[in-house]
Design a protein around this ligand. Sequence first.
Ligand SMILES: [Fe+2]
Length: 320
Amino acid sequence: MTYYFISDLHLDFYVSPVFRTIDILRMEFEVFFERNFLPADACCIAGDIANDYFNYMEFLKFIAEKYKTVYVCLGNHDIITERIGKFGSDRDFLTSENKIKYFLAETRKIPNLQLLENRIADGIAGCMGMCDFKYKHVPSASEMVNKILWATRWFDGRHWNYKLNNADKLWRHYDSVFRKLTAQRPKIMMSHFLPLEFEMPKRYKQDPCSNFFYFHGAKYLEKMDDGSIWQAGHTHTAIKREFTDKLGKKHLLLCNPVGYPEENPYAEYGLKREDFLIDLDSLNDEAVAAMTEANKIASGKRKTRSYKNAKAMIKDILSE
Ligand SMILES: [Fe+2]
């Protein structure tokens, strides 16, 4: 079964703000789809689909026609509720909770689409997540000052009305969700905010606001099986890397953002959209082949002179 992983669509920047009929939107979505998506059995979208709830819902209806199954988690842009200002179309929602409730009710009407907010379906878990203020991007920074900056200057603090924008409460909520979801050992974990294990792209290292994107994810990744995938978004640099946890299990970390029109997320690491089309069965087949061979060696059915030889043999099997 093939999965295409993508995030940070920011559709509001790719559709007309004036001609807002469903027919026109769908024509614009077709162009966007051709440019950014690839055919697969399933598609996983890790948040930031649109600021505008109408664009958000119409796109989910559109994308559900393109794949057998679509899995989505929320992003920080998806839950904004601005009463006055440039994101005015969200004035219909007094709180982020209301907007989330609306999305959950509307997406339930799309049978092959799963909006994963704090839940697991078909072995795929998802939630938006949040940054952890215990992580300090600048070691000398004050946690308190960071929280004030987040609440008064940062996009999320200014445009959310979520759990009264209490940063501690928000992190405690998502920390508990991450623990509960990863304890169920999903084959794919989706979040919008990023575990630091993705490693920070160079261009964000100088930026103190990077504090508002990340959390330490090792303790959650350790609970997941060898060969599992964590997909995140939020940062507009495409990332694909393997993370080995302290128990020796390997996890594939994926971030494939579309970003804003003037950006090129693939530039920094020289990736392409094909890198985010993953055949999960073949990943599983490799793991099963290695386990079978390891069992043969352990039971003496296959002779090796040393542990070193056995390791080389498993490596050969995996690379075949
Ligand atoms: Fe984001």
